[in-house]
Design a binder for this molecule. Structure first.
Ligand code: MSP
Length: 530
């Protein structure tokens, strides 16, 4: 008799990561862009009924962190502890990010596993002693190639930070990265899904075709890092340390029968590494090569999104163009923030933030199309139906449009086309507004003979809003929750977060008699900003 082993195996989780951000930087909207995208996608997958694991965290080692701690007269560990507690964690909770774990590279669970991993690469012959001589950008924490640099009156500058690079001349440990060039090329040529969007994949392929050198993976001139286990005068190069977070956080190197080992079996390989295009090569070249060397599965997808630009340049703290998320959320609210960037910029392209564009979309799409529909419906149900959901009725046109909408939105979202997914939902919202305008329930209400038709119109509108609340929940969790409560859906249908996407298009879920309460204004009129 054949026993299916799969029956015993736990379901593989959909595992998504964000970069771990440099703890030193004040969180800005560029960081928030990636993390919100990750949050929306993982919430979407949860509502598909999948088991999900969503990881974010902070990158806490390296020269840059050490120097800033020194400048602030604080020991590095105390410095990073303070930044995580005072800046990073509060920033993510303020944006309603529902991550399952938060990894810090100074945690023992990370440092111990990095050391074990590194030792195993050394033991299997992938690491050798060498000498590194060349330019290094502390801002990027990256060894640069002379061709990468820009020349400013004879001085060599990092093209990203526009700051002079430093010359490193050290005896270091090297990882045989070059040995994996062909395997990586084959991988990206055979698996278009593995690196996206297309432009990112092409960049990686041409980079690999240009040839790759071995990588220095340790530093000996400072000590803020993880000691190399067999040579404790050296610390692990901060990127080698940082990339491993994705795997150490879920139990890399642990015994398969231990908790960590089981977690690893259930999550690895990662389904999506979300990154900005600035750090694509680390994720699409160095990281999979490290995993290949260890005989581990490589991530299923690296997705490199574009940059938020200010004045045509990548917004960044070092160029003093960083905008704090709270500068925007104080004015527009958290959900409008989460909505705006994913709605306005195709994921993968660069986009400029403008206060005017955000105000315009807020007013037309969120306040007028969506918020007003919700408040008008609640007001009409109160006025014409005693505040209770009327008897179920199905408008075939709306119901069919909803089916198409859910299908379109799902296809777009799982392909990380956030704009496509959101537009699908908002187009349906427009359709519902058109339906209400055409049916004119306020005119129907003038003649008691129209009572049945009036109730049908209001029921269909309420059902449409029920569906919109669920569809938009991953993007705007708090606002859709308010709408859900106001439709009286909680007591009959359960929590909004438990609603399954596959069920959204089933028409007629709101039960007759559910108590509708007037919605507090979902998207209040904007204050004029001075
Ligand atoms: N610590 C490394 C990542 C290590 S991952 C193993 C790092 N940190 S960072 O703080 O500089 O964050 C970089 C990431 O923040 C980008 O890849 C991107 O996800 C996000 N962004 C930072 N600035 C951004 C913009 N201006 N626009 C869009 N995203 C931006 O690199």
């Amino acid at each position: 008799m054949r026993v299916s082993r799969n029956k015993m195996a736990p379901v593989k989780s959909f595992y998504l990561t964000t970069p771990i951000y440099y703890v030193n930087d004040a969180p800005h909207i560029g960081h928030a862009y990636t993390t919100v995208a990750g949050d929306v996608l993982t919430r979407w997958h949860r509502q598909r009924g999948e088991s999900v694991w969503f990881l974010t965290g902070t990158d806490e080692h390296g020269q840059k962190v050490m120097r800033t701690a020194e400048q602030n007269n604080v020991a590095p560990q105390a410095w990073v502890d303070r930044l995580v507690a005072d800046a990073w964690k509060p920033n993510w909770s303020a944006l309603n990010i529902a991550n399952d774990d938060f990894i810090r590279t100074t945690e023992p669970r990370h440092t111990e596993r990095v050391q074990k991993f590194l030792q195993s690469l050394k033991d299997s012959g992938h690491i050798y002693a060498g000498k590194y001589e060349g330019p290094y950008c502390v801002g990027c924490e990256e060894f640069k190639l002379p061709g990468d640099l820009i020349d400013a009156d004879g001085e060599k500058l990092c093209p990203i930070h526009s700051k002079p690079v430093e010359l490193v001349n050290e005896n270091n440990w090297f990882f045989k990265l070059s040995a994996f060039t062909q395997a990586l090329l084959d991988h990206y040529k055979n698996n278009p899904e593995a690196c996206q969007p297309e432009s990112a994949r092409n960049e990686v392929i041409s980079f690999l075709e240009g040839g790759v050198s071995d990588l220095s993976i340790s530093r000996s001139t400072f000590d803020w890092g993880i000691p190399v286990p067999w040579d404790t005068d050296q610390v692990v190069y901060v990127w080698f340390d940082a990339l491993l977070n994705y795997a150490t956080a879920v139990g890399l190197t642990d015994d398969p029968n231990s908790e960590g080992g089981k977690k690893f079996a259930q999550t690895w390989p990662a389904d999506v590494h979300l990154v900005g295009k600035d750090i694509l090569r680390f994720h699409a070249v160095i990281w999979p090569a490290m995993l290949m060397a260890a005989g581990l599965d490589i991530p299923r997808k690296v997705f490199a999104h574009g940059w938020l630009l200010v004045g045509g340049e990548k917004m960044s703290k070092s160029k003093l163009t960083g905008i704090a998320p709270s500068d925007i959320t104080d004015h527009f609210g958290v959900d409008a923030f989460r909505y705006y960037f994913l709605r306005a910029i195709p994921f993968g392209s660069d986009g400029s933030f403008s206060w005017e564009d955000m105000s315009a979309r807020y007013t037309s799409e969120l306040a007028n199309d969506f918020g007003n529909l919700a408040s008008r419906l609640a007001a009409m149900i109160e006025k014409y139906c005693g505040g209770l959901i009327p008897a179920p009725h199905r408008d075939d046109v709306l119901a069919q449009a909803l089916e198409t909408t859910v299908d379109k939105a799902d296809k777009a979202m799982v392909a990380l086309d956030f704009q496509g997914g959101i537009v699908a939902a908002m187009d349906f919202c427009k359709k519902v507004n058109g339906y209400v305008t055409e049916k004119e329930p306020w005119i129907l209400a003038k003649d008691p003979a129209n009572k049945v038709e009036l109730e049908e119109v209001l029921y269909n509108t309420a059902e449409s809003l029920r569906a919109l609340a669920v569809l938009l929940h991953p993007v705007m969790p708090a606002t859709t929750e308010i709408l859900w409560q106001s439709l009286g859906a909680q007591s009959s249908l359960g929590a909004i977060g438990d609603q399954k996407l596959s069920q959204i298009a089933t028409w007629g879920q709101l039960p007759q008699g559910a108590i509708v309460t007037k919605t507090p204004v979902l998207f209040p009129r904007l204050e004029i900003k001075e």
